[in-house]
Design a binder for this molecule. Structure first.
Ligand SMILES: [Cu+2]
Length: 130
């Protein structure tokens, strides 16, 4: 083989392995995303609308993440005591992600854990695992 042919083969191998890597990364990412169940939750004081949604369902045994978006000017918190899930303080304007795998079926309360207003104790909702 000539030197030129060797160079062409080398370049072809580099191009193929690069394409293969890129396709592989996308495939793994798609698979990973498909495996995680995502819920988006908005946090508001009860007088401004409360949790939205106030009730939601997640699949039993599947890795779940909840994106909690605080669209207010006060801090909120988040906890599902029955499932051992809690978020740190969610400051105004922040998004906090909690990840867990529901290991119990049923309907459980979730609530705000930071004193946000005089209606704080009404800032509750329900999560169903089925
Ligand atoms: Cu609160």
């Amino acid at each position: 083989m000539t030197r030129k042919t060797n160079e062409i083969i080398a370049v072809a191998l580099i191009v193929l392995s690069t394409i293969g890597t890129v396709i592989g990364v996308f495939a793994v990412e798609k698979f990973r995303r498909g495996r995680i169940y995502t819920v988006e939750l908005i946090a508001r004081q009860p007088k401004y609308g409360n949790w939205y949604p106030k009730k939601f369902t997640v699949p039993y045994g599947k890795e779940t993440r909840i994106l909690i978006r605080n669209i207010e000017t006060v801090s909120h918190g988040f906890a599902i005591p029955d499932l051992n899930v809690a978020a740190k303080e969610i400051k105004a304007g922040e998004v906090v992600v909690v990840k867990f795998t529901p290991d119990k079926k049923g309907t459980f309360p979730f609530m705000c854990t930071v004193w946000c207003s005089d209606e704080h104790l009404h800032m509750t909702g329900e999560i169903t695992v089925e």
